[in-house]
Design a protein around this ligand. Structure first.
Ligand SMILES: C[S@@+](CC[C@H](N)C(=O)[O-])C[C@H]1O[C@@H](n2cnc3c(N)ncnc32)[C@H](O)[C@@H]1O
Length: 278
């Protein structure tokens, strides 16, 4: 399966050219940052890099990872979250899975197992997981599910590969339910700018209630949902600065649109956790 992710093409170009700010901001973690006290964000790349690590932490803590777990990091990007798990825990077996081989090559070159952990990198589609039933204690999907061909299929696959009592934790952009009709009329996520920067994110018009229904039909239970939108807002100035380096001239304008929608609470950043029955 081929997938077009223009922002990864642009990131990989900037990284290949040795652009220091791109490498330090989005060269390992490719997701938003988390600031417990957003007013303390100082707008620097170093501050953003720490916040990006903290966002990974929010997701894997929601997943309740323990030493010795077998973990799947689905849509692992350049391996930022896998790298954090490797530093924090012992005796883990982590599988980083991505559809894009180029990203896995970078992940593999950046992250070496420590703390008696084992890491493998698998190139595959998250909606067709190449693992037997009951393979994992935890599945993580940090800011990637909106790219997958189907959230429903992914949840079914996660239920299949999770051991009984296992957990899934993910982060996703969701709509404030009242805003759903507005976004449909505007065709916001299918707009040319969004497509040219992010590729296909067509299934982003999703809500927490929709997740609850989806989980139930996949055989999982939604356990927690944390709205951390406000604590991610300092991401936007840093992202806009990085976008100025991209060949796609409208990138900054697209990010400004996202920033406005998030500041007005129309688009929310939510961390969710689910459990498979014991
Ligand atoms: C915004 S990035 C997040 C990367 C990583 N989780 C992180 O937090 O740094 C989205 C990721 O989803 C991956 N992806 C998109 N579609 C996928 C699919 N069908 N199966 C597996 N990975 C996919 C992309 O290649 C990309 O690495």
């Amino acid at each position: 399966m081929e997938i077009e992710l223009p922002y990864f093409d642009m990131l990989l170009d900037a990284i290949a050219q040795g652009d220091r700010d791109t490498i330090d901001s989005f060269g390992t973690h490719v997701h938003w940052g988390y600031w417990p006290e957003p007013y303390q964000a100082d707008g620097t790349v170093a501050d953003f890099a720490s916040a990006a690590k903290r966002l990974s932490e929010c997701v894997y803590e929601a997943g309740g990872i323990k030493n010795g777990d077998r973990v799947l990091d689905a849509g692992c990007g350049f391996g930022g979250t896998t790298g954090c798990l490797n530093e924090r825990y012992e005796n883990l077996h982590v599988t980083g899975l991505n559809i894009d081989r180029r990203q896995l090559d970078r992940a593999e070159s950046l992250i070496k197992p420590i703390n008696n952990n084992a890491i493998d990198w698998i190139c595959a589609n998250a909606c067709e997981l190449p693992f037997p039933d009951n393979s994992f204690d935890r599945v993580l999907a940090v800011e990637c599910i909106f790219h997958f061909p189907s959230r429903e299929q992914f949840m079914r696959e996660v239920k299949r590969v999770l051991k009984p009592g296992g957990t899934l934790a993910l982060s996703d952009f969701m709509l404030w339910p009242i805003a759903v009709p507005l976004f449909k009329v505007l065709n916001f996520f299918a707009s040319e700018g969004i497509q040219q920067l992010y590729g296909d994110v067509g299934s982003t018009d999703f809500t927490v209630s929709a997740y609850r229904r989806l989980a139930t039909s996949a055989g999982l239970t939604l356990e927690t949902d944390f709205d951390i939108t406000r604590k991610t807002l300092p991401t936007y100035p840093v992202l806009k600065e990085i976008c100025r380096r991209f060949s796609f001239a409208d990138a900054e304008r697209v990010v400004e649109g996202q920033e406005r929608a998030s500041k007005f609470g129309l688009v929310r950043y939510i961390v969710l956790s689910f459990r498979s029955p014991s």
